[in-house]
Design a protein. Structure first.
Length: 395
């Protein structure tokens, strides 16, 4: 008797709903949590078929299960974790997770259903979806605004003459744009990036593929916009003469291995970056920050303009008179007609299509290399790939 009283107390005070039925689907017991969920009293439910708590098509499916059981005496599949919909007394429905167990009792079999209300979880999931959609729209709007501004700046550059007055106007326009971009875009981009990371964190328990997909799109768009903004800020510093070169000795091999490992993480599927060093010396005296920008930009271009399942060769060599860095890809290549303009600011080859970019990266690479007394050369053929070579003299 004491065990029976304890069991009844546990069932009556359980947070989740518990309902027992017989082999014909008739409710034999229902605990208070179930009554609260379905808005019925025990007297209104006990003795009736459990299908009264089910909306279509679950009601029809249940009647089928009961009829099959009465014919074959074999119950429907017993299991856990099945999500179904419940029907309340007032006609409203709600989602819940149902676990069913077959229990031998007094020489007969009864079935116990355990009901966990999913209303709050589903509401939170919908809120996350709406928030992800809102953030995606925000990023798209920012992207469009930035592209429109970049286009306007390119048109302004093409239209100005080489007169001193027009050059001054262009410089003022660029300065205003950089100031605006720094203030108007960097702070919102940081907020969007943080929000996307928080969505990804809070969405982990739901294991929702759609949320992961949209968060990845948001982060990818923010990364593209951040890269564009950084290119413009770097160009403005170069134009204003604010880039200071600070050469210091460092291990080029270790430096290159770190970059290779970092960029391999963002490479395309089955795209491999192969690094190799030639020579016994490994120390160079250059500005590591400027060199990192140069190498990262060139390898990043190799990743962007090459397809999946390709190799990117990254080599360094230190001789007695010079240090040579080469990056070779098997990508789309550069049309011969475009090659003479390749290092001009805002220039992009005509075969780049919809691949994102500002046309500033190679211009900045060439100018950074020049600040370290280096030079940048290249060889390229359409659909065969490109080889970039950065050369620095050794004092």
């Amino acid at each position: 008797m004491e065990s029976a009283a304890l069991l009844k107390a546990i069932i009556d005070n359980a947070i989740d709903g518990i309902i027992t039925i017989n082999g014909r689907g008739i409710v034999e017991s229902i605990n208070p949590a179930s009554c609260k969920l379905f808005l019925y009293t025990p007297e209104e439910v006990i003795g009736n078929n459990i299908s009264m708590l089910m909306p279509p098509p679950y009601k029809e499916q249940h009647d089928e299960y009961i009829a099959r059981y009465q014919r074959t005496r074999e119950p429907h599949i017993i299991g856990i974790g099945r999500e179904v919909t419940g029907l309340r007394k007032d006609g409203t429905t709600f989602p819940f997770r149902l676990a069913v167990s077959e229990v031998p009792y007094a020489e007969r079999k009864i079935f116990a259903g355990f009901i966990h209300d999913l209303s709050r979880e589903k509401e939170a999931e919908e809120q996350l979806k709406e928030y992800a959609t809102h953030l995606e729209e925000l990023v798209e709007n920012r992207t469009y605004a930035l592209k429109e501004t970049v286009t306007a700046l390119q048109q302004a550059k093409e239209e100005v003459s080489f007169s001193l007055v027009k050059e001054k106007e262009l410089g003022q326009l660029k300065s205003r744009f950089v100031s605006m971009a720094s203030h108007e875009f960097r702070t919102p981009l940081s907020a969007v990036q943080l929000s996307a990371s928080l969505i990804e964190k809070y969405a982990l328990p739901y294991d929702n593929e759609n949320i992961r997909k949209h968060v990845a799109k948001i982060k990818g768009s923010v990364g593209i916009l951040t890269g564009i903004l950084n290119d413009f800020l770097s160009l403005e510093k170069l134009e204003a003469g604010k880039v200071e070169v600070s050469c210091t000795p460092f291990d080029l091999v270790k430096f290159s291995e770190e970059i290779t490992e970092e960029l391999q993480l963002v490479a395309k599927q089955n795209q491999s970056i192969i690094y190799q060093h030639t020579g016994t010396a490994s120390l160079v005296s250059l500005d590591p920050n400027l060199l990192r920008h140069c190498v990262t930009n060139l390898i990043g271009n190799a990743i962007k303009y090459s397809g999946e399942n390709t190799f990117i060769e990254f080599n360094t060599e230190i001789g007695q008179e010079r240090c040579v860095i080469t990056i070779r890809d098997n990508g789309i290549g550069i049309p011969e007609a475009d090659q003479k303009h390749l290092f001009e600011a805002f220039f992009r080859a005509h075969n780049t299509g919809n691949i994102p970019g500002t046309g500033l990266g190679l211009n900045i690479v060439a100018r950074y290399a020049s600040l370290m007394d280096g030079s940048v050369d290249f060889k390229s053929n359409v659909n065969q790939g490109t080889l970039f070579t950065i050369t620095f003299p050794i004092a």
